[in-house]
Ligand binder design. Structure first.
Ligand code: NAD
Length: 466
């Protein structure tokens, strides 16, 4: 569905009129196209004294061929040089009108309140020097793994990144990545995702990275080559985009949808060289059927995406029990039952990935959606409940929580609420199905072995539940 308002304010005449009338000006977001570089402009890297991630950041920037700048000529420059970079030095005012595509700070060295001044010292001089659709990334240490002043100071980082996401417009996003001790070598897939236009509609998020001893061979252009991915609800909307994106990344996609949508499903899987299963995920034997089919046809499955979902909105006083039950059955009971069945049968291969599709309604609650919000909060509970267990099998489980995404589901929302859903976010617009799909592709990558137990909102930093 087109966002006519956004198209208008980005037209020649709209660009003149909108600022005069004080109207919001949602930018056209830059999105990834096959063959694009990870980051298409200069990246400024800084580090608070005592940090432990500069080397890992530098290795990732070197691997993606980024034009890298640092703020000082000391240790950081040497670390970058060791990674094969020849960073340029940026001193405030000395580099004229130099602008940056991304600002990355290793904040792991911040161990008390006074050291939080490092945030100001690094970002203040360059806050106005970010290009459109630029990136702010702060990397810290998981506060729950620290004590005392360091724990307080690391927790404080979240207020900074969430605020810069709201403050700096023009499609700029801002994120915080908490890296556990000994997980330094696990940041590459997350850093690439957050730097790139693949994360166009993700902002104000906190990602947690854990250590992992899995060291799969990485093929960054086709990370899912040789993998099998099950996507439920794949015949349209977000599910179709997930199927296409995982196939682009090399996976053989097994699309699933209900029998009445068999033709649409076959069209999607046909286009991407995948296969199709028509099945209702709420069937009592759905998990057993899938375990048997995936084992027989593909020897197992590597990526399971529980995307199928429904809404049946009513205020609680008007909601019949059967409507409550339908939504809970599709959105929550089925993902839990299917996940358990596939795990019990050993159908999910080592290095497997399980992904739930929650919603910001499951975080913030929503009028007329007690059933839907309960089911989607439950998807987050599923991630919490299983993360430690699946990690013991070298499998990860994470969820996305989409905000307002332009699909058939949201096209049915009344115009006023639809406009509010689009504009009440830092990026001032709805997302596209591909934005959810790219986030799932990041979780699915073999390089994301340390990304477990996360719930990342794909919502343009919606004010709902912020
Ligand atoms: N569109 C949004 O803004 C938005 C926001 C937050 C979360 N989500 C979630 O994203 C997911 C996809 O949403 P969408 O907007 O693409 O919706 P959609 O209605 O366009 O697609 C959902 C798909 O799930 C399938 N499905 C429904 N019940 C099923 C069942 N019992 N068995 C098998 N398949 C079934 C449908 O046939 C359909 O193909 C859902 O889980 C939804 O709750 C969407």
């Amino acid at each position: 569905m087109t966002d006519r308002y956004r198209s208008f304010v980005n037209s020649a005449i709209g660009r003149q009129i909108a600022p005069r009338l004080g109207l919001p000006q949602p930018p056209v977001l830059q999105r990834h196209r096959v063959g694009d570089p990870v980051v298409d402009g200069p990246v400024l890297v800084g580090a608070a004294p005592g940090g432990r991630l500069a080397g890992a950041i530098a290795r990732t920037l070197a691997a993606v061929g980024a034009e890298t700048w640092t703020t000082e000529a000391g240790d950081l420059r040497q670390t970058a040089a060791d990674a094969g970079l020849a960073p340029k030095i940026y001193a405030d005012g000395a580099a004229g009108d130099q602008r940056f595509k991304a600002l990355v700070l290793d904040a792991t060295g911040i161990a008390d309140v006074d050291a939080l001044g490092e945030l100001h010292a690094f970002f203040h001089p360059v806050a106005r020097r970010l290009q459109g659709c630029g990136r702010i990334i702060v990397l810290g240490t998981t506060p729950e793994l620290l004590d005392g002043s360091a724990r307080i100071a690391q927790r404080a980082l979240e207020g900074f990144t969430r605020s810069t996401g709201k403050e700096i417009k023009r499609g700029v996003t801002s994120q915080l990545v908490y890296v556990a001790p000994d997980a330094e070598d696990r940041i590459a897939s997350t850093l690439r995702f957050l730097l790139s236009p693949r994360s166009a509609f993700v902002s104000g998020q906190v990602v947690r990275i854990m250590p992992s001893d899995r060291d799969p061979e990485l093929n960054w252009s086709e990370p899912l080559k040789g993998k099998v991915a099950l996507v439920t609800g794949a015949s349209r909307g977000i599910g179709e985009a997930i199927a296409q994106t995982l196939a682009r990344d090399g996976a053989h996609v097994v699309g699933l949808d209900i029998a009445p949508l068999a033709d649409e499903l076959a069209a999607v899987t046909g286009r991407i060289g995948g296969s199709a299963i028509t099945l209702d995920v709420t069937d009592d034997d759905a998990g057993a059927v899938l375990a048997e089919r995936l084992k027989a046809d593909h020897g197992g499955v590597d990526v399971v995406v529980h995307n199928a979902g429904i809404t049946r909105d009513k205020t609680l006083g008007n909601m019949k029990r059967e409507v409550w039950d339908q939504v809970l059955a599709v959105n929550l009971r089925a993902p839990e039952a299917i996940t358990r069945a596939l795990l019990d049968a050993g159908t999910i291969n080592r290095d497997g990935r399980i992904v739930g599709v929650a919603s910001i309604a499951g975080i913030a609650g929503n009028f007329g959606q007690t059933n839907y919000a309960t089911s989607k909060a439950g998807v987050i509970g599923l991630v919490d409940a299983l993360a430690a267990d699946v990690a013991a099998r070298d499998i990860t489980i994470n969820a996305v929580a989409p905000g307002f995404i332009e699909t058939q589901m949201t096209a049915k929302v009344p115009l006023g609420i639809r406009e509010a859903g689009r504009r009440l976010s830092s990026l001032g617009q709805g997302g596209l199905p591909v934005d959810v799909a790219e986030t799932i592709a990041w979780y699915a990558s073999p390089a994301s072995a340390g990304v477990n137990g996360n719930v990342v909102r794909v919502c343009g930093q919606s004010l709902l539940g912020a």
